[in-house]
Design a protein around this ligand. Structure first.
Ligand SMILES: *Cc1c(COP(=O)(O)O)cnc(C)c1O
Length: 480
């Protein structure tokens, strides 16, 4: 079989998969037993004997897709993962086929140029200067401009940004290891990847110190200076303040302008974790949620959340590109050397050595729709979150955590935390709706991440009805 023929089989299968899901035909999620699934997929025989092509490929994909979670299904409301535009998936195919490991320009000039365009577009959305072109004169190269790199996800991006922050405050840490006494200032609602970065950096997770927040968990800028002063009295040096835009659990934005003012006053690096919410910068209506973001030192922005890009693709963006250039200082003589070249390398800015052409996936998404349509899509999902909130608030026995600022809605049924978990378990088992749960404000919530442009308010209505059925069954059992 040829690439064309097998490719056509795959495209046909995927197209049918998406169409059925969009038509609400069949479940959104299935959780088959591992052993049974492995057997049905015939994995070990295929590994041993080969032959995954033609009719065998078609059959394999049938089984594979049958057990795959259907993000295209309007009842998919679970996680902050985009329903990717088909064009973005096509870009992933182009990347997979050409396999240009473009961290060094010579391994993928087109891929590197596309990544630069995407990074520059994001920098401009923040309000930062894009980098001068590598062909421009030395003078402009010296002046400060923004910079960035795309990497495999927000977690890695947060680590990269915090390494850049450390390189500024403790430039010898790369050589000698982290000196004791550095602290990362975040809120309890910060993503776990921030604490994980502290672990990876050798600071220890205890180096993450939680700043005062308001009763919805947003960082309180008025109390930030006192908090930083107290850290310093303890002998600690704040490495960075990490603000959420928006926070994962409730989807709320920290007040960036006020936090940035406090950070400037104190001379502390401000990192904005905009993995989910920085995409609001594309929307003229919503961008004020990130008011002041241009005063930050670094921003993380996932394209695979709200920019309809297939996983994974996250940007690490810095106001001064030199900060990112100093994040990793090491030498691999065959890769890092002064060379005359018509382009530029990304390799010194990222954990990765072999690097995928992530920019292509974002670019295809943006360039197929145009940024105005992408922005309208973000507005639409945010509006839907407000409508869903109103609907849920009108329901007896349901409490909504907070009026949303993004496309995330948290609610709970009257009863203990265990009830929420049990309801979600039953829902997932039945498979006709897929939602998540989270802990916030000291309690467990059912959580909707309204990622799918095909999800309508009527789907949320049907979800509530279904949850009520499960609730009745649950009450009949044990929760009283
Ligand atoms: C999703 C998210 C992350 C993690 O990003 P991944 O791409 O899943 O690694 C980090 N921070 C916030 C605020 C997020 O929403």
């Amino acid at each position: 079989m040829t690439f064309r023929e097998d490719g056509a089989i795959a495209v046909e299968a995927l197209d049918a998969f998406a169409k059925r899901a969009l038509d609400r035909d069949g479940p959104v999620i299935r959780q088959p037993q591992f052993d049974d699934l492995a057997r049905r997929l015939d994995l070990y025989r295929l590994i041993a004997e080969g032959g995954l092509e033609g009719a065998t490929l078609r059959h394999f994909l049938e089984t594979y897709l049958d057990a795959s979670t259907r993000l295209h299904h309007p009842a998919y409301m679970a996680h902050q993962v985009a329903v990717p535009l088909a064009t973005s998936a096509i870009a992933a195919l182009v990347d997979g086929f050409t396999n240009n490991a473009m961290a060094i320009y010579e391994m993928g000039p087109a891929a590197a140029t596309v990544e630069r365009a995407v990074v520059d577009w994001m920098l401009r959305k923040i309000g930062w200067q894009p980098e001068p072109s590598p062909g421009s004169s030395g003078r402009t190269k010296e002046s400060s401009s923004g910079g960035g790199v795309l990497t495999h996800g927000g977690s890695l991006a947060n680590l990269t940004a915090l390494l850049a922050a450390r390189a500024r405050i403790a430039p010898d840490a790369w050589e000698n290891g982290s000196s004791a006494g550095l602290a990362i200032v975040a809120t309890e609602g910060s993503h776990y990847s921030v604490a994980r970065a502290a672990g990876i950096m050798g600071l220890g997770q205890k180096a993450v110190r939680y700043a005062p927040a308001d009763d919805l968990g947003r960082m309180d800028p008025a109390r930030l200076p006192t908090f930083l002063a107290a850290l310093r009295r303890e002998g600690l040096t704040p490495l960075a303040v990490v603000a959420n835009a928006c926070a994962t659990a409730l989807g709320l934005y920290d007040p960036l302008r006020e936090i940035a003012a406090a950070c400037r006053e104190e001379g502390v690096w401000l990192h904005v974790d905009g993995a989910h919410g920085a995409s609001a910068l594309v929307s003229p209506r919503l961008r004020s949620l990130l008011d002041g973001v241009e005063l930050a030192d670094s921003v993380v922005w996932d394209a695979h959340k709200m920019l309809r890009t297939s996983i994974l693709c996250a940007a690490v963006l810095v106001r001064d590109r030199r900060d990112l250039d100093h994040a990793f200082r090491e030498e691999a003589s065959y890769l890092f050397h002064e060379k005359d070249q018509p382009g530029f390398d990304f390799i010194h800015r990222t954990v990765e050595c072999t690097k995928a052409a992530l920019g292509l996936k974002v670019f295809f998404a943006l360039a197929s729709e145009g940024e105005t349509a992408i922005a309208a899509g973000i507005d639409r999902q945010t509006d839907l979150a407000h409508e869903a909130t109103a609907l849920l608030r009108a329901e007896p026995g349901i409490e909504v955590a907070v009026e949303p600022q993004s496309n995330i809605v948290c609610f709970r049924f009257d009863g203990p935390d265990a009830l929420q978990i049990e309801l979600r378990r039953r829902l997932t088992e039945a498979g006709d709706f897929y939602i998540s749960t989270t802990e916030a404000l000291g309690r467990r919530w059912l959580r909707l991440a309204l990622m799918n442009p095909a999800t309508e308010l009527a789907d949320v209505e049907r979800l509530v009805a279904r949850l009520r059925e499960h609730l009745a069954a649950t009450r009949a059992m044990s929760f009283g």
